[in-house]
Design a protein around this ligand. Structure first.
Ligand code: NAD
Length: 415
């Protein structure tokens, strides 16, 4: 699915939920469009002395509930339409998480695997300089996403602070701890996925100690979700990354698998289990499936072959609307992305709060607050889906849109 189709799909979701809520036509119209789209072209000196221009963007979707908030992704195939869809999803994710943020997203079209650390640093600093007047701790607060990490955030803090003439760590979240990052931020999204998976298991009467789990994507989200779930006693039987996957019906030792991936760059070739394809992992017979790679992994082509009872969407937009319908018909209980992977933005909110208050919370405090908030919003989404007699995915959208619409209507229109 192209970025354009992904965006159209997201708009369809907004429209359907707005319809169910009987939202005012004007408010509905506001929610369909981003408030601002900023495109930048970044001239960057490459290691071989040549000069290359990279395309990037920042899409600010909505700030009715608070400053714009959302990650920055570095990916070869990222485009404006994809980033527009992701920015809109962030608005509703912040609202579903009930934190005082709006939604935004950024992207730079590049292949980080083909770039040196120095080249990545120069791209990041140019991108920050180009957007220095558009981001800020009270306006728009970026964070990591696919192929960006705490180091990327540190370069942003440094560049932004140099340009502003003062230290501004609160301009981004997901920073390294040494420069004002929060305990538990790096693990937060994956941990949140695990918390939602646990809640879904409870709801479906599944015992965590005896469930089997398959997981697609073994990056930040996938590894931390796998770690937290294996600590709960769940058996992770299949894991894949972009190079391939590994399957063991007895359960994979997650810490060893993470170490193997750290050494070799992939889960492929792990001593335990047998090889399996990157996408084949989605079709493994298991209790809980966690797509935690990229969007549109589950389409009408493979949705009929999914054999899990519960699916927890770690990635953003991993399931197309057509696939959603198939999964619903087949009785798969889906915990939607805007709830399931909200752990990252929730702890981002904790990080921002700590920075502004000049406070440091310990890991236990962060984990406790995350768990409490996510469990509470899981319940709210479930209640909404029961009230409107819709699946969790639509329930989450309805709840998010309702909260944003309330803020928009309360604020009124200027001028
Ligand atoms: P990442 O780059 O750390 O990891 C992505 C993983 O997916 C890698 O292991 C990669 O090899 C794998 N992958 C890519 N294509 C694949 C394929 N076809 N089959 C199997 N594996 C494949 O990224 P991440 O931060 O873990 O993000 C993953 C997803 O979660 C994205 O959709 C992202 O938008 C979403 N997300 C991330 C965060 C966060 O805090 N990092 C927060 C919310 C949502």
């Amino acid at each position: 699915m192209s970025g354009r189709e992904f965006y159209r799909d997201t708009l369809g979701k907004i429209d359907r939920s707005a319809e169910k809520l009987g939202l005012d036509k004007g408010v509905r119209e506001i929610l369909r469009y981003p408030r601002r789209v900023i495109e930048v072209y970044l001239p960057v000196r490459m290691d071989d002395g040549s000069l290359k221009v990279f395309w990037g963007c920042r899409v600010q979707h909505n700030s009715a509930r608070g400053p714009y908030k959302g990650g920055i992704r570095y990916h070869e195939s990222t485009d404006l339409e994809e980033v527009k869809a992701l920015a809109a999803l962030m608005t509703f994710k912040s609202a579903v998480a009930d934190i005082p943020f709006g939604g935004a997203k950024g992207g730079v079209a590049c292949n980080p695997k083909a770039l040196s650390r120095g080249e990545l640093e120069r791209i990041t600093r140019r991108y920050t300089a180009a957007l220095a007047n558009d981001i800020g701790p009270y306006t728009d607060i970026p964070a990591p996403d696919v192929n960006t990490n705490p180091q990327t955030m540190a370069w942003i803090v440094d560049t932004y602070s140099q340009l502003k003439g003062r230290k501004v760590p609160e301009v981004v979240t997901g920073k390294p701890i040494s420069i004002g990052g929060s305990q538990g931020r790096e693990e937060a999204t994956g941990r949140g996925v695990a918390i939602c998976a646990e809640e879904a298991m409870k709801y479906k009467g599944l015992d965590p100690q005896s469930v089997t789990i398959a997981l697609q994507g073994f990056g930040n989200v996938g590894t931390h979700a796998a770690l937290a779930l294996s600590e709960l006693g769940c058996k992770i039987i299949a894991v894949s990354d972009s190079k391939g996957g590994v399957y063991d019906s007895e359960g994979l030792p997650i810490k060893d698998l993470i170490e193997h991936k750290r050494r070799t760059g992939s889960v492929v070739g792990f001593r335990n289990g047998s090889e399996i394809g990157s996408e084949a992992v989605l079709e493994v017979e298991c209790d809980v499936l966690i797509p935690a790679a990229l969007q549109n992994a589950i389409t009408k082509e493979n949705a009929n072959r999914i054999r899990a009872k519960v699916m927890v969407e770690g990635a953003n937009g991993p399931t197309t609307t057509e696939a959603d319908k198939i999964l619903e018909r087949r009785g798969v209980f889906v915990v939607p992305d805007i709830l399931a992977n909200a752990g990252g933005v929730i702890v981002s909110y904790f990080e921002w709060t700590q920075n502004l208050r000049r406070e440091y919370w310990d890991l236990e405090e962060v984990r406790g607050k995350l768990e409490k908030r996510l469990k509470c919003q899981f319940k709210r989404v479930l209640e909404t889906s029961e009230e409107f007699k819709v699946p969790m995915k639509e329930g989450a959208f309805i709840l998010g849109i309702k909260r944003v619409a309330e803020a928009l209507e309360t604020l009124g229109l200027f001028p």
